[in-house]
Design a binder for this molecule. Sequence first.
Ligand SMILES: Nc1ncnc2c1ncn2[C@@H]1O[C@H](COP(=O)(O)OP(=O)(O)O)[C@@H](O)[C@H]1O
Ligand SMILES: O=P(O)(O)OC[C@H]1O[C@](O)(COP(=O)(O)O)[C@@H](O)[C@@H]1O
Length: 310
Amino acid sequence: MIYTLTVNPSLDYMIKLDALRIGEIQRTSEEEIIYGGKGINVSRMLQHLGLSSIAYGFVGGESAQMYVQGVIGEGIHASFLPVKKGFTRINVKIFADQETQINGQGPQPDATELEEMLQRLSQLGQGDILVIAGSMQSSIPDTYYAQIVRMLQANGALCIVDTSNAALLHVLEEKPFLIKPNIQELEELFRCPMREGILFSSMQALQQKGVKNVLVSCGGDGAYLLDEQGAIYYGKSAHGIVVSTIGCGDSMTAGFLYGWLQHGDYKEAFRMGLAAGSASAFTYGIAKGEAVKQLADQIEIEILRELDKN
Ligand SMILES: Nc1ncnc2c1ncn2[C@@H]1O[C@H](COP(=O)(O)OP(=O)(O)O)[C@@H](O)[C@H]1O
Ligand SMILES: O=P(O)(O)OC[C@H]1O[C@](O)(COP(=O)(O)O)[C@@H](O)[C@@H]1O
Protein backbone atom coordinates (compact mmCIF):
# COMPACT_ATOMS: atom_id res chain seq x y z
CA MET A 1 0.00 0.00 0.00
CA ILE A 2 1.14 3.58 -0.62
CA TYR A 3 0.94 6.04 2.27
CA THR A 4 1.67 9.76 2.34
CA LEU A 5 2.54 11.83 5.38
CA THR A 6 1.76 15.56 5.56
CA VAL A 7 2.60 16.75 9.06
CA ASN A 8 1.46 20.29 8.23
CA PRO A 9 -1.42 20.25 5.73
CA SER A 10 -3.05 23.47 4.61
CA LEU A 11 -6.17 25.03 3.28
CA ASP A 12 -4.66 26.71 0.23
CA TYR A 13 -6.66 29.89 -0.31
CA MET A 14 -6.02 30.60 -3.99
CA ILE A 15 -6.94 34.14 -5.01
CA LYS A 16 -6.65 36.08 -8.24
CA LEU A 17 -5.89 39.81 -8.39
CA ASP A 18 -5.18 42.05 -11.37
CA ALA A 19 -2.00 43.20 -9.64
CA LEU A 20 -0.74 42.94 -6.06
CA ARG A 21 -0.48 46.39 -4.48
CA ILE A 22 1.15 46.30 -1.06
CA GLY A 23 -0.53 48.50 1.58
CA GLU A 24 -3.89 48.75 -0.23
CA ILE A 25 -7.29 47.12 0.29
CA GLN A 26 -7.93 44.97 -2.76
CA ARG A 27 -10.75 42.66 -3.86
CA THR A 28 -10.20 39.27 -5.42
CA SER A 29 -11.49 38.54 -8.90
CA GLU A 30 -11.56 34.76 -8.28
CA GLU A 31 -11.05 32.63 -5.21
CA GLU A 32 -10.98 28.95 -4.33
CA ILE A 33 -9.89 26.70 -1.48
CA ILE A 34 -7.76 23.69 -2.27
CA TYR A 35 -6.98 21.09 0.39
CA GLY A 36 -3.22 21.39 0.17
CA GLY A 37 0.03 20.25 1.68
CA LYS A 38 2.72 18.32 -0.09
CA GLY A 39 1.79 14.77 0.91
CA ILE A 40 -1.89 15.34 0.13
CA ASN A 41 -0.99 16.68 -3.29
CA VAL A 42 1.01 13.49 -3.86
CA SER A 43 -2.03 11.40 -2.82
CA ARG A 44 -4.24 13.49 -5.11
CA MET A 45 -1.97 13.08 -8.15
CA LEU A 46 -1.64 9.33 -7.47
CA GLN A 47 -5.42 9.11 -7.32
CA HIS A 48 -5.69 10.99 -10.63
CA LEU A 49 -3.28 8.43 -12.10
CA GLY A 50 -5.38 5.56 -10.76
CA LEU A 51 -3.36 4.60 -7.67
CA SER A 52 -4.94 4.72 -4.25
CA SER A 53 -3.04 5.76 -1.15
CA ILE A 54 -3.73 6.50 2.50
CA ALA A 55 -2.92 10.03 3.64
CA TYR A 56 -1.65 10.55 7.18
CA GLY A 57 -1.06 13.86 8.90
CA PHE A 58 -1.88 16.19 11.78
CA VAL A 59 -4.80 18.61 11.84
CA GLY A 60 -6.00 21.02 14.51
CA GLY A 61 -8.65 23.53 15.57
CA GLU A 62 -11.87 24.34 13.77
CA SER A 63 -10.31 24.36 10.33
CA ALA A 64 -9.48 20.66 10.81
CA GLN A 65 -13.02 19.52 10.12
CA MET A 66 -13.26 21.47 6.89
CA TYR A 67 -9.90 20.11 5.80
CA VAL A 68 -10.60 16.46 6.56
CA GLN A 69 -14.09 16.58 5.04
CA GLY A 70 -12.69 18.23 1.93
CA VAL A 71 -10.01 15.60 1.46
CA ILE A 72 -12.37 12.70 2.11
CA GLY A 73 -14.92 14.34 -0.21
CA GLU A 74 -12.40 13.94 -3.03
CA GLY A 75 -12.25 10.22 -2.38
CA ILE A 76 -8.76 10.32 -0.83
CA HIS A 77 -8.41 7.86 2.07
CA ALA A 78 -7.33 10.06 4.95
CA SER A 79 -6.42 9.26 8.52
CA PHE A 80 -5.45 12.45 10.35
CA LEU A 81 -4.50 12.81 14.00
CA PRO A 82 -5.96 15.76 15.89
CA VAL A 83 -3.51 18.13 17.58
CA LYS A 84 -4.59 20.09 20.67
CA LYS A 85 -2.54 23.24 20.08
CA GLY A 86 -3.16 25.47 17.08
CA PHE A 87 -5.20 25.03 13.91
CA THR A 88 -4.82 23.67 10.40
CA ARG A 89 -3.15 26.54 8.59
CA ILE A 90 -4.48 28.63 5.76
CA ASN A 91 -1.83 29.25 3.11
CA VAL A 92 -2.55 32.23 0.91
CA LYS A 93 -1.59 31.84 -2.74
CA ILE A 94 -1.89 35.06 -4.73
CA PHE A 95 -2.02 34.95 -8.51
CA ALA A 96 -1.39 38.42 -9.93
CA ASP A 97 1.36 39.57 -12.28
CA GLN A 98 3.49 37.08 -10.27
CA GLU A 99 2.72 34.19 -7.89
CA THR A 100 3.09 35.10 -4.20
CA GLN A 101 2.69 32.56 -1.41
CA ILE A 102 2.23 33.16 2.32
CA ASN A 103 2.37 29.88 4.24
CA GLY A 104 1.11 29.69 7.84
CA GLN A 105 2.61 27.94 10.87
CA GLY A 106 0.06 25.19 11.45
CA PRO A 107 -0.87 23.24 14.60
CA GLN A 108 1.95 22.28 16.97
CA PRO A 109 1.93 18.56 17.80
CA ASP A 110 3.32 17.73 21.26
CA ALA A 111 5.52 14.75 22.19
CA THR A 112 2.52 12.46 22.85
CA GLU A 113 0.91 13.32 19.53
CA LEU A 114 4.19 12.81 17.67
CA GLU A 115 4.55 9.42 19.37
CA GLU A 116 1.00 8.47 18.38
CA MET A 117 1.88 9.13 14.74
CA LEU A 118 5.01 6.99 15.08
CA GLN A 119 2.87 4.17 16.51
CA ARG A 120 0.54 4.40 13.56
CA LEU A 121 3.39 4.42 11.06
CA SER A 122 5.10 1.50 12.78
CA GLN A 123 2.38 -0.74 11.27
CA LEU A 124 3.85 -0.21 7.78
CA GLY A 125 6.24 -2.85 6.51
CA GLN A 126 7.33 -4.98 3.54
CA GLY A 127 5.61 -3.93 0.31
CA ASP A 128 4.53 -0.56 1.71
CA ILE A 129 5.71 2.80 0.41
CA LEU A 130 5.66 6.01 2.45
CA VAL A 131 5.99 9.43 0.81
CA ILE A 132 6.92 12.05 3.41
CA ALA A 133 6.48 15.54 2.03
CA GLY A 134 6.52 19.09 3.31
CA SER A 135 8.10 21.22 5.98
CA MET A 136 7.64 20.60 9.70
CA GLN A 137 6.09 22.78 12.37
CA SER A 138 8.46 24.30 14.92
CA SER A 139 7.33 21.88 17.68
CA ILE A 140 8.60 18.90 15.66
CA PRO A 141 12.27 17.96 16.07
CA ASP A 142 14.40 18.18 12.92
CA THR A 143 15.14 14.46 13.35
CA TYR A 144 11.48 13.36 13.18
CA TYR A 145 11.43 12.40 9.49
CA ALA A 146 14.77 10.60 9.89
CA GLN A 147 13.33 8.64 12.82
CA ILE A 148 10.34 7.62 10.68
CA VAL A 149 12.52 6.57 7.74
CA ARG A 150 14.78 4.52 10.03
CA MET A 151 11.82 2.71 11.59
CA LEU A 152 10.03 2.03 8.32
CA GLN A 153 13.07 0.88 6.39
CA ALA A 154 13.91 -1.50 9.24
CA ASN A 155 10.39 -2.89 8.75
CA GLY A 156 11.07 -3.35 5.01
CA ALA A 157 9.05 -0.38 3.72
CA LEU A 158 10.36 2.02 1.08
CA CYS A 159 10.59 5.76 1.81
CA ILE A 160 10.48 8.83 -0.43
CA VAL A 161 11.17 12.20 1.14
CA ASP A 162 10.54 15.72 -0.15
CA THR A 163 11.70 18.20 2.44
CA SER A 164 14.48 20.75 2.98
CA ASN A 165 17.11 22.16 5.33
CA ALA A 166 17.92 20.37 8.61
CA ALA A 167 15.12 17.79 8.21
CA LEU A 168 16.58 16.78 4.85
CA LEU A 169 20.13 16.62 6.22
CA HIS A 170 19.04 14.19 8.94
CA VAL A 171 17.01 12.09 6.50
CA LEU A 172 20.05 11.59 4.24
CA GLU A 173 21.71 9.58 7.00
CA GLU A 174 18.88 7.03 6.78
CA LYS A 175 19.41 6.35 3.05
CA PRO A 176 15.85 6.72 1.68
CA PHE A 177 14.84 5.41 -1.75
CA LEU A 178 14.34 8.88 -3.25
CA ILE A 179 14.67 12.53 -2.34
CA LYS A 180 13.28 15.37 -4.46
CA PRO A 181 14.75 18.72 -3.57
CA ASN A 182 14.19 21.61 -5.94
CA ILE A 183 17.21 23.56 -7.12
CA GLN A 184 16.74 26.32 -4.53
CA GLU A 185 16.59 23.75 -1.71
CA LEU A 186 19.80 22.20 -3.01
CA GLU A 187 21.47 25.62 -3.08
CA GLU A 188 20.37 26.20 0.53
CA LEU A 189 21.75 22.80 1.52
CA PHE A 190 25.14 23.32 -0.15
CA ARG A 191 25.19 27.10 0.30
CA CYS A 192 26.29 27.79 -3.26
CA PRO A 193 24.72 28.45 -6.67
CA MET A 194 24.14 25.24 -8.63
CA ARG A 195 25.93 25.56 -11.95
CA GLU A 196 25.93 22.31 -13.94
CA GLY A 197 29.24 20.85 -12.71
CA ILE A 198 28.50 21.72 -9.08
CA LEU A 199 24.98 20.36 -9.46
CA PHE A 200 26.21 16.92 -10.48
CA SER A 201 28.85 16.73 -7.77
CA SER A 202 26.24 17.83 -5.20
CA MET A 203 23.82 15.15 -6.36
CA GLN A 204 26.62 12.60 -6.16
CA ALA A 205 27.55 13.80 -2.67
CA LEU A 206 23.96 13.17 -1.59
CA GLN A 207 24.04 9.71 -3.14
CA GLN A 208 27.34 8.93 -1.42
CA LYS A 209 25.51 9.53 1.85
CA GLY A 210 23.35 6.56 0.87
CA VAL A 211 20.26 8.01 -0.82
CA LYS A 212 19.43 5.70 -3.72
CA ASN A 213 17.93 8.18 -6.19
CA VAL A 214 18.27 11.95 -6.28
CA LEU A 215 15.70 13.91 -8.30
CA VAL A 216 16.32 17.66 -8.54
CA SER A 217 13.54 19.76 -10.01
CA CYS A 218 14.26 23.11 -11.65
CA GLY A 219 10.78 24.52 -12.32
CA GLY A 220 10.28 25.48 -15.99
CA ASP A 221 13.89 24.43 -16.69
CA GLY A 222 13.06 20.75 -16.15
CA ALA A 223 14.82 18.36 -13.80
CA TYR A 224 17.84 16.13 -13.25
CA LEU A 225 17.88 12.56 -12.00
CA LEU A 226 20.82 10.64 -10.58
CA ASP A 227 19.59 7.08 -10.36
CA GLU A 228 20.82 4.28 -8.14
CA GLN A 229 22.94 2.80 -10.94
CA GLY A 230 24.83 6.09 -11.30
CA ALA A 231 23.18 7.29 -14.52
CA ILE A 232 22.42 11.00 -14.78
CA TYR A 233 19.47 12.20 -16.85
CA TYR A 234 18.25 15.64 -17.76
CA GLY A 235 14.60 16.09 -18.73
CA LYS A 236 12.99 19.18 -20.20
CA SER A 237 9.68 20.51 -18.98
CA ALA A 238 6.83 20.35 -21.44
CA HIS A 239 5.79 23.57 -23.20
CA GLY A 240 2.40 25.04 -22.41
CA ILE A 241 0.58 27.92 -20.80
CA VAL A 242 1.53 28.08 -17.15
CA VAL A 243 -1.49 28.64 -14.92
CA SER A 244 -0.08 27.85 -11.45
CA THR A 245 3.14 26.23 -10.33
CA ILE A 246 1.73 25.29 -6.91
CA GLY A 247 1.83 21.54 -6.49
CA CYS A 248 4.22 20.94 -9.42
CA GLY A 249 6.89 19.39 -7.20
CA ASP A 250 4.35 17.18 -5.44
CA SER A 251 2.93 16.13 -8.81
CA MET A 252 6.43 15.27 -9.98
CA THR A 253 7.07 13.07 -6.93
CA ALA A 254 3.76 11.25 -7.47
CA GLY A 255 4.39 10.90 -11.22
CA PHE A 256 7.84 9.47 -10.60
CA LEU A 257 6.46 6.91 -8.15
CA TYR A 258 3.66 5.99 -10.55
CA GLY A 259 6.09 5.57 -13.46
CA TRP A 260 8.44 3.47 -11.38
CA LEU A 261 5.64 1.19 -10.17
CA GLN A 262 4.31 0.83 -13.73
CA HIS A 263 7.61 0.23 -15.54
CA GLY A 264 10.23 -0.64 -12.88
CA ASP A 265 12.53 1.69 -14.80
CA TYR A 266 14.00 5.00 -13.63
CA LYS A 267 14.00 6.72 -17.02
CA GLU A 268 10.29 6.03 -17.43
CA ALA A 269 9.68 7.07 -13.83
CA PHE A 270 11.52 10.32 -14.59
CA ARG A 271 9.42 10.84 -17.73
CA MET A 272 6.18 10.45 -15.76
CA GLY A 273 7.51 12.76 -13.04
CA LEU A 274 8.31 15.47 -15.58
CA ALA A 275 4.96 15.01 -17.31
CA ALA A 276 3.03 15.19 -14.04
CA GLY A 277 4.94 18.30 -12.90
CA SER A 278 4.34 20.14 -16.17
CA ALA A 279 0.71 19.00 -16.46
CA SER A 280 0.07 20.58 -13.05
CA ALA A 281 1.84 23.78 -14.11
CA PHE A 282 -0.72 24.02 -16.93
CA THR A 283 -3.65 23.45 -14.53
CA TYR A 284 -5.14 25.39 -11.65
CA GLY A 285 -4.49 22.74 -8.99
CA ILE A 286 -3.30 19.18 -9.55
CA ALA A 287 -3.61 17.90 -13.13
CA LYS A 288 -5.83 15.03 -14.18
CA GLY A 289 -4.26 11.68 -15.08
CA GLU A 290 -5.22 11.94 -18.75
CA ALA A 291 -3.34 15.25 -19.11
CA VAL A 292 -0.24 13.70 -17.55
CA LYS A 293 -0.32 10.65 -19.83
CA GLN A 294 -0.77 12.86 -22.91
CA LEU A 295 2.24 15.00 -22.00
CA ALA A 296 4.45 11.97 -21.26
CA ASP A 297 5.01 11.32 -24.99
CA GLN A 298 6.34 14.86 -25.50
CA ILE A 299 8.91 14.74 -22.71
CA GLU A 300 12.50 14.71 -23.96
CA ILE A 301 15.10 13.03 -21.78
CA GLU A 302 18.85 13.19 -22.36
CA ILE A 303 21.29 10.75 -20.78
CA LEU A 304 24.15 12.91 -19.48
CA ARG A 305 26.09 10.07 -17.90
CA GLU A 306 25.75 6.35 -18.59
CA LEU A 307 25.24 3.70 -15.93
CA ASP A 308 28.15 2.85 -13.66
CA LYS A 309 29.53 -0.45 -14.93
CA ASN A 310 31.23 -1.28 -11.59
N1 LIG B 1 6.76 26.78 -15.59
C1 LIG B 1 6.75 25.46 -15.80
N2 LIG B 1 6.54 24.97 -17.06
C2 LIG B 1 6.53 23.64 -17.29
N3 LIG B 1 6.75 22.71 -16.34
C3 LIG B 1 6.97 23.13 -15.07
C4 LIG B 1 6.97 24.53 -14.73
N4 LIG B 1 7.21 24.64 -13.39
C5 LIG B 1 7.36 23.39 -12.93
N5 LIG B 1 7.22 22.47 -13.92
C6 LIG B 1 7.38 21.02 -13.83
O1 LIG B 1 7.21 20.57 -12.50
C7 LIG B 1 8.45 20.06 -11.97
C8 LIG B 1 8.60 20.44 -10.51
O2 LIG B 1 8.56 21.84 -10.40
P1 LIG B 1 9.39 22.67 -9.33
O3 LIG B 1 8.84 24.06 -9.36
O4 LIG B 1 10.84 22.53 -9.59
O5 LIG B 1 9.04 21.91 -7.97
P2 LIG B 1 8.72 22.49 -6.50
O6 LIG B 1 7.24 22.79 -6.52
O7 LIG B 1 9.08 21.38 -5.59
O8 LIG B 1 9.55 23.73 -6.34
C9 LIG B 1 9.55 20.63 -12.88
O9 LIG B 1 10.71 19.83 -12.90
C10 LIG B 1 8.82 20.64 -14.22
O10 LIG B 1 8.80 19.33 -14.78
O1 LIG C 1 4.92 22.21 3.78
P1 LIG C 1 5.35 23.49 3.11
O2 LIG C 1 6.78 23.46 2.66
O3 LIG C 1 5.04 24.69 3.96
O4 LIG C 1 4.52 23.66 1.78
C1 LIG C 1 3.13 23.67 1.79
C2 LIG C 1 2.60 24.10 0.48
O5 LIG C 1 3.16 23.28 -0.53
C3 LIG C 1 2.16 22.84 -1.43
O6 LIG C 1 1.93 21.48 -1.13
C4 LIG C 1 2.66 23.00 -2.84
O7 LIG C 1 3.94 22.39 -2.97
P2 LIG C 1 4.83 22.42 -4.26
O8 LIG C 1 4.45 23.64 -5.06
O9 LIG C 1 6.26 22.45 -3.78
O10 LIG C 1 4.55 21.14 -5.00
C5 LIG C 1 0.93 23.64 -1.12
O11 LIG C 1 -0.26 22.92 -1.35
C6 LIG C 1 1.11 23.99 0.33
O12 LIG C 1 0.48 25.19 0.64
